[in-house]
Design a protein around this ligand. Structure first.
Ligand code: IPM
Ligand code: MG
Length: 368
């Protein structure tokens, strides 16, 4: 059998430097666990625009469709702020999500014991927090038509459309219920059925899927604004949250910050199974390209490394190896290692991006 294939799209800003650390981890698995990946690289975002005049070339898009998993760093930066909307770095990422049909975006918000003090919330509210937001990623107001800025009389009107089909809602609901069964067996679905028809349909379809296929899972519904409030009040009431594209964008950033460390959180975007049974998949950190610290060795590579752990778990069925990598991350944090984003403790000086990567590799080595 041929090796599993990975396409690395490091992107812009801190993307390339955090991805360098992921490469160390991938190399370690090849050398020590006999898990060898065929790795290829490509451009996405601003760097692709600089080289080719587009944030994603057709060749790279085609390559992404062929590989077993895509690992993405981050896209964007102030240099590209004034580009036309159609070639902005973000469009490259959105094209990947849409054309690979990665409808289920898994965003865990987990609070590492060693970091509970970094949250803006009280320690007992966040210690031990482990929730999973499942965000619908390929439809809703991000992609709905009509859209645009039109002229009406003598003023401009900006238009976006929230649109969901039953099947789009049902498939992401199934992803959430399946995940819940492997975790705390609870799903909370969030929409605004009080003001939006798409929210009424969302609630109906989630309820139907639940009754027909997942009645063993505990299901609740919340308006998304109340959900945001509950996330800040007592986040540990949640296990899996399933929500639409835009609410998921907002709620997942809020949930990420609860953990006190946006630089730590990975994500997986999954689509339908390919011929080999693996889901179409793209893995990326939740954080952005952080242009203000790019190239200075200050970035925290952990979110990107944990995204690779998610790839091991969800694309390659290597749960034990994913556990090993997650444990290695916990261990370096427990030892007190901190990148610059995690400072604030007395007497701690930061380690660099590559020192953090090396320390995680050393923990992997020690796990053998
Ligand atoms: C995210 C980001 C993206 C989004 C941007 C970069 C297009 O905020 O992945 O959450 O809005 O989905
Ligand atoms: Mg976002």
């Amino acid at each position: 059998m041929s090796n599993p294939s990975l396409l690395i799209l490091a992107g812009d800003g801190i993307g390339p430097e955090v991805m360098t650390e992921v490469r160390k981890i991938i190399d370690w698995y090849g050398a020590k666990r006999d898990v060898t990946f065929d790795v290829s690289e490509g451009l996405v975002g601003g760097c692709s625009y600089d080289a080719h005049g587009t944030p994603l070339t057709d060749e790279t898009m085609a390559r992404a469709q062929e590989v077993d998993a895509v690992l993405l760093g981050a896209v964007g930066g102030p240099k590209y702020d004034n580009l036309d909307f159609s070639v902005k770095p973000e469009r490259g990422l959105l094209r990947l999500r849409k054309e690979m049909d990665l409808y289920a975006n898994l965003r865990p918000a987990q609070c590492f014991d060693a970091l509970a003090d970094f949250s803006s919330l009280k320690k007992d509210v966040v210690a031990g927090l482990d929730i999973m937001i499942v965000r619908e990623l390929t439809s809703g107001i991000y992609f709905g038509e009509p859209r645009g800025i039109i002229k009406e009389g003598n003023e401009r009107v900006g238009i976006n459309t929230q649109r969901y089909t039953e099947s789009e809602i049902a498939r992401v609901a199934r992803s959430a219920f399946e995940l819940a069964r492997k975790r705390g067996n609870k799903v909370c679905s969030m929409e605004k059925a009080n003001v939006m028809e798409s929210g009424i349909l969302w609630r109906d379809v989630v309820t139907e899927v639940h009754q027909a296929e997942y009645s063993d899972v505990e299901l609740s519904h919340m308006y998304a604004d109340a959900g945001a409030m509950q996330l800040c009040r007592w986040p540990k009431q949640f296990d899996v949250i399933v929500t639409d594209n835009l609410f998921g964008d907002l709620l997942s950033d809020a949930a990420a910050m609860l953990t006190g460390s946006l630089g730590m959180l990975p994500s997986a975007s999954l689509g339908a199974p390919m011929e080999n049974g693996r889901p179409k998949a793209l893995y990326e950190p939740v954080h952005g390209s952080a242009p203000d610290i790019a190239g200075q060795g200050k970035a925290n590579p952990i979110a990107c490394i944990l995204s690779f752990a998610m790839a091991l778990r969800y694309s390659f069925d290597m749960g034990t190896e994913a556990d090993r990598l997650e444990k290695a991350v916990e261990d370096v944090l427990a030892d007190g290692l901190r990148t610059a984003d995690l400072l604030g403790e007395e007497g701690v000086s930061p380690v660099s991006t590559s020192e953090m990567g090396d320390a995680i590799v050393a923990k992997l080595e020690a796990s053998l």
